[in-house]
Ligand binder design. Structure first.
Ligand code: FE2
Length: 302
């Protein structure tokens, strides 16, 4: 379906480039480490005794989330409509809603290339944009909700998140389309030790809890067109990855600990790309799924 740009293509052999800052040799080692990690950072139907053993210690709460998500798929027309909405446009008039949102997010914060969060419950900050561009009738609520427990994330090719922690939540990252690289870190720090690297393809599921794999960075390694990824980068293709995320708060998994870190999915801590300092972002959603689904349904696919 897509051409995959090797992650290390743009990597400087000495220091490593964006987004993971690893050399090709380190990447090989980290992929091997990810594949051997215990408990397995990826949940799937085990096909070998080794895989089964690596998944034994995956906590039941996230195993339950993964099983419930196992059959989720985007339909072919939904993927194609997302592609159309993300594609670079020659004129402002022909620009899709998702590309518009990316450009606005990039204007607001160019410390890393933007991706899109779609709240599967609640509203999104840019829902109104869908009405302004004629996809829908007027909406009443001006601002999106924070902290949706179920989120669809859309990752344009070569765009990535900062290193961030999911605090005390427990959750899953389930790949729905394209391809996503996930780097796992041992703590929330620019100089954190990398625990391993994974690639998720549709149907594969990564997971996290406060104790295990809570800190990561996500990157879509597909073909982003011209230029090299980094702060301010906007891709020039319509390729993308999509992932389905579920985050449960501690009171929803019956485990509560107080150590000053964020307890809820309403805000997550992260490391800023520009000054490498710790910061906090409220998990505003860009769109709501109910709005995006209507936008996709009205996207001409020819
Ligand atoms: Fe995340």
């Amino acid at each position: 379906m897509t051409n995959v740009t090797p992650t290390a293509d743009a990597v400087d052999q000495d220091t490593g480039g964006y987004p993971f800052h690893v050399t090709k040799e380190e990447e090989r080692r980290l992929r091997l480490q990810g594949a051997r990690a215990i408990p397995s950072p990826v949940i799937g139907q085990a096909t070998s005794f080794d895989e089964y053993a690596r998944q034994l210690m995956v906590p039941p709460a996230v195993m339950d989330l993964a099983r419930k998500a196992a059959d989720l798929r985007l339909s072919a027309w939904e993927v194609e409509a997302m592609r159309k909405q993300l594609a670079p446009a020659e004129t402002d008039e022909s620009m899709g809603l998702l590309r518009r949102i990316l450009l606005r997010k990039n204007d607001k914060d160019s410390t890393h290339p933007p991706y899109i969060r779609v709240a599967c419950t609640g509203r999104g900050d840019f829902d109104r944009l869908a009405t302004e561009h004629g996809y829908l009738d007027d909406l009443e609520e001006p601002e999106g909700d924070i902290g949706s427990p179920v989120v669809l994330e859309i990752w344009p090719a070569q765009h990535y998140s900062p290193i961030h922690s999911h605090g005390h939540t427990s959750g899953i990252v389930f790949c729905l389309a394209g391809q996503l690289d996930v780097m796992l870190y041992d703590r929330l720090d620019w100089n954190a030790t990398k625990l391993g690297m994974l690639t998720l393809t549709p149907g594969q599921c990564a997971w996290l809890t406060k104790e295990t794999y809570a800190v990561h960075r996500v990157f879509c390694p597909m073909n982003g067109g011209d230029g090299t990824t980094g702060p301010g980068f906007m891709n020039s293709t319509d390729e993308f990855g999509a992932s389905f995320h579920v985050y449960l708060n501690p009171d929803e998994t019956f485990v509560e600990i107080d150590d000053g870190e964020s307890h809820t999915r309403n805000a997550f801590d992260y490391i800023r790309e520009d000054n490498q300092a710790r910061d906090k972002f409220e998990t505003h959603s860009d769109l709501s799924w109910s709005v995006l689904r209507r936008v996709l349904a009205s996207t001409p696919l020819t």
